[in-house]
Design a protein around this ligand. Sequence first.
Ligand SMILES: [Zn+2]
Length: 446
Amino acid sequence: MTVRVVRAPWVLTGRAPSPALPRCAGEGEGAAAHLSGGRLAEPPPRSGGEGGGGAATTPALIADGAVALDGDLLLAVGPAAEVEARFGPGERLDAVLLPALVNAHTHLELSHLHGRVPGGDGLPSWIQLLVAARAAEPESDIAVEDGVAALTRFGVAAVGDVSNGLGSIPWLSRAGVAGTVYQEVFGFTGPRIERALAQARLLAERAPPLGPGLRRVLTPHAVYSTHLPRLVELLAAGPASLHLAEDPAERRFCSEATGPFAGLHRSLGVTDLPRLGRSPVEVVARHLRPGTLVVHVVDLDDEDRALLARSGATAVLCPRSNLHIGGRLADLPKLLEAGVPLAVGTDSLASAPSLSPLAELATLSRAWPEVSPLALLQLAWNGAAVGAPAVGRLEPGRAPGVLAAPIEREELGDAPFDPCRWLLDVFGREELPFTWLARHRPEPSA
Ligand SMILES: [Zn+2]
């Protein structure tokens, strides 16, 4: 065994082992506690935890911390003095060490449309522009490969990649990115969805092999695009990802069977559009469960948030895409307060400027400065949401992927350095590249 010890001014240990978010010094219980009164991050614990010790006792932030690695396997994490006492003196890095990240919603196959689909007029208009751009421009393997390389640069070890053509599988597999490829189908009428499902099954049979830790599941696109009985079956069949409540036009479609989405269906010859329910969330709520991702959730009311929280589904926020398409963000403080499990995604390059989850969190941080940066970082450490449970937490005995975010020495300066805020406001906002100390190695499934 060759042990590598790396010591750094700050080590973040990642997601709390339980579904609850981590408690920070000065915080009480419950999600609402993460809405700290000011911009100040949590005062970091200076001690505690045991080198390589139990998950329950390792603090979320360790000042002067260290990791011990055997290849990609994490042997220990804790205060540097404790880790070095066990494994010998470490190399020193001016960096923040942290677990690898998760981009829980993207569409790599749209990478060739980077900057090509204008937004600002809401989702129905944007979809029409997207469909036209896709028809005009063939997909590009090079753009997908570049997208996967960018994910690696941005510290991403696991994805939720929504795909119609499954073209991302070889690139993700080759790069060792884990998670889920959500093979998406849509079709509002019975015949259309049956055709889409048949095509999807054929495509899946011919799909290239999946890399370690990567799985493929069939998934419905959205309530306004997918035949409801089939949509419900797909949600019941296992993990799935559903675009939900991205735009007020969806609510209108569900509650009144009017508006641009209804117009689109009528133009396709659908004459008997039913009213589906009060809101898109209400239409599907009882079919959601842990393992379902609901993506965007911008247009919610209190009742919707309560339904989501009860379902156990994870809401994936894609703030920069939402701003580009509709000029609106999901209400993060209200989602935290309601106790809805959360993750973050970028959406595709057709609506987001890059595939960096930290840059998404920087946008949320600017919009909601009252939410603590450590609470925000939790959204990028939700490996379990995409079927990669080891990703997002430095847990000894696993290989979650370990990142170093290099700090310029002068940034450490004399003013108190807040590593979580720096990660969002400087490293994330500027989209700086991570150094990988260890890669994620998924454990073989039992
Ligand atoms: Zn999407």
